[in-house]
Design a protein around this ligand. Structure first.
Ligand code: FEO
Ligand code: CA
Ligand code: CA
Length: 633
């Protein structure tokens, strides 16, 4: 079951010279030093030596599952609301109207809805100030409008578009507590109608050209912003996920082409219904608008006047997040998942090296580079805890069969239709890749494969890192690059955890791997985050029915794992009907910021304010230890 309990180095560890604990051992260190770049080596040694006492990483007891409409934490921890949907960003800004009668213009200057991925940017030289860039993924019409249904006017559509995108807010620490700074000149909304530029090989391509933008270089808006990335040069990456859901067609018999079908656009717009009032989202009128979304967008949080840029070199798909790393020779790496059943995991490597001394010199680094997709070899066949090796396959026009014969005319087309190019090279179809994170301790990469209850029904055989036929619980995949170099084209992988329910399905494969117990069980791992000491935080977006396959799991939750031992403890349980998503730490690791998204999605929630009208609000929470200690320690 759990490979890490077998007290033998895994293939993955042997391949890269890691010790049993997952840290670089003294013996391996000399060898590792020859392979690792200066930064990575320093980070690994310092972190392993200073922070990561083996076996003592988790300093709290696992809490019980819960179904209450509140945040539940271990003893000695407390939480406060940092910011909630609708909070005005300016001092005199329009107040949140819980009745749903607030205007689109008001929402454009208020904190967006359904907060998701976020990154913290400390102010240089000031430990008490920081910016938080926070995604606002989508909205709940039930709470957004007084009528509670689908948009009934262009004003309604504009309000929905204004509720999505990104919110950049300043936060300050006073008396050890971080607060939102209303009125800060850094506070900013980027939403569904904010002007944005295209960068990279697809900028200006005819498929990005529309009546409103004949050059294909400027686009209005970013929306369906799922998770995030933070570059080493201090910019924020926001990742556009379920963008096709916002499009529909006024022609009931609309025939979509193969690429449009592969990306999943449908006539009826999956109930978002913007196209009924905003022709930009009507595929019958503006089919190229669809190609202008599904990208990773780079934002400079410290320059509120800057224009965000969609970085087309990173490919177009339903982006979950972007996990940044560095090759041994100093180039930027972005690992990215495409969250759809049967889609792929990607890696981008920049052409040029990161200039760590001059952050501004990296302004267009993500416009030039190479996109790859992951192919996993057959596993060792272990039924519960498979492991194996894999490779990154280049998605470059003219290579690996990506050419005119397979339907491509240029690199721009490869990037716009990245899913199709990845299929040409027979990449491995995955169980819905969600977040990816890179360990600050040893460079191992973790990716949530959230679930896939239809695997087997759709021609995707179970196997490799997706071992289950009907995968209702999900798993966390882990890989390590050959030679500990994120630029290497081969890697070893294993499954860190296979989620399951050992109470309902004891003694069967549905019980999960041996690091799943009745005390820590969860389903549908989604968000991930590492803290500085190398604790792996796992956030769930799963079935919160607390019944059937999910009996005993309670509401969605956040867990904390020791990557070396494989142990997982439940740290937090969210309120009714929420997803727990988005995680960041204060620089001193004494405050954890975590997102509570869509409380009351189903079931009755009034989280967090218990407003008289009974409506819940998505919120970012700040969690502290009452003794002022490091979170999780
Ligand atoms: Fe926005 Fe795949 O979660
Ligand atoms: Ca997610
Ligand atoms: Ca999810």
């Amino acid at each position: 079951m759990n490979l890490l309990e077998e007290n033998q180095p895994t293939d993955l560890e042997q391949m890269v010279g890691l010790s049993r604990r997952g840290f670089i051992s003294a013996g391996a260190l000399c060898g590792a030093a020859m392979f690792l770049g200066g930064n990575l080596l320093t980070r690994s040694v310092m972190a392993a030596g200073v922070n990561a006492a083996p076996g003592k990483l988790l300093g709290f007891d696992s809490i019980a599952a819960a179904t209450r409409d509140t945040l539940t934490l271990p003893p000695g921890y407390s939480a406060s609301v940092l910011i909630s949907w609708g909070q005005p960003l300016a001092k005199q800004g329009p107040a949140f109207d819980p009745s749903g009668n607030g205007t689109a213009k008001a929402q454009e200057v208020q904190f967006g809805d359904n907060n998701d991925g976020m990154s913290l940017f400390p102010f240089p030289g000031d430990d008490n100030r920081a910016l938080l860039a926070i995604n606002n993924e989508y909205t709940n019409y039930r709470y957004l409008y007084a009528h509670g249904g689908q948009p009934q006017s262009l004003e309604d559509v504009r309000k929905a578009q204004a509720s999505e995108g990104v919110s950049v807010i300043e936060i300050q620490r006073k008396d050890d507590q971080w607060h939102f700074v209303q009125g800060s000149s850094y506070n900013r909304r980027i939403h569904g109608n904010t002007p944005i530029k295209f960068g990279g090989p697809a900028a200006g391509h005819p498929w990005l050209q529309t009546q409103a933008d004949k050059l294909g270089r400027k686009v209005l808006g970013t929306f369906q912003n799922c998770a995030n990335g933070k570059t080493p040069w201090g910019t924020y990456l926001t990742c556009e996920e379920n963008f096709t859901d916002c499009f529909g067609s006024s022609h009931a018999e609309h025939k979509f082409d193969a690429a449009q079908k592969r990306y999943g656009v449908v006539t009826g717009s999956k109930e978002i219904n913007w196209h009924a009032f905003d022709p930009r989202f009507d595929m019958a009128l503006n089919p190229n608008e669809l190609n202008r979304h599904g990208w990773v967008v780079e934002i400079d949080p410290f320059d509120p006047q800057s224009t965000p840029v969609k970085r087309t070199a990173l490919g177009r798909f339903k982006h979950e997040n972007a996990a940044l790393a560095e090759t041994r020779d100093g180039r930027a790496v972005a690992y990215m998942g495409d969250d759809e059943r049967g889609e792929f995991i990607y890696r981008f490597i920049s052409r040029d090296r990161i200039d760590h001394k001059n952050p501004k010199a990296n302004r267009d680094l993500l416009d030039h580079g190479t996109l790859y997709v992951a192919r996993f070899d057959n596993s060792d066949g272990h039924p519960d805890r498979p492991k194996g090796s894999g490779e990154w396959v280049e998605l470059t026009f003219g290579k690996n069969g990506i050419d005119a014969a397979s339907g491509f005319a240029s690199q721009a087309e490869v990037l716009i239709h990245a899913r199709l190019a990845a299929s040409v090279v027979e990449a491995t179809r995955m169980d819905r890749p969600e977040w990816i994170v890179v360990s600050p301790i040893d460079g191992q990469v973790y990716c949530t494969l959230t679930n896939n209850s239809k695997r087997g029904d759709d021609g995707m055989p179970a196997g490799g890192p997706n071992p289950r036929e009907k995968n209702v619980y999900g798993q966390i995949l882990r890989w390590q690059a050959l030679g500990d170099d994120h630029g290497a084209d081969r890697f070893g992988w294993d499954l860190f955890v296979v989620a399951g329910n050992p109470s309902v399905h004891p003694g069967t494969a549905k019980a999960g791997s041996s690091n799943i117990t009745p005390q820590n069980m969860f389903n549908s791992p989604d968000g991930l985050g590492f803290d500085q000491a190398g604790r792996l935080w796992i956030l769930s977006d799963g079935d919160y029915s607390n019944a059937g396959d999910f009996a005993g799991m309670g509401n969605n939750q956040m867990l904390c794992a020791d990557p070396a031992s494989g142990e997982i403890r439940r740290f937090m349980v969210g309120p009714v009907g929420c997803e727990v998503t988005g995680i960041s730490f204060s620089p001193d690791q004494k405050t954890l910021f975590v997102g509570i998204q869509h409380p009351g999605e189903s079931g009755h929630s009034t989280f967090p304010e218990h407003l008289p009208n009974g409506k819940p609000r998505s919120s970012v929470m700040a969690i502290r230890r009452e003794d002022g200690g490091i979170i999780g320690a």
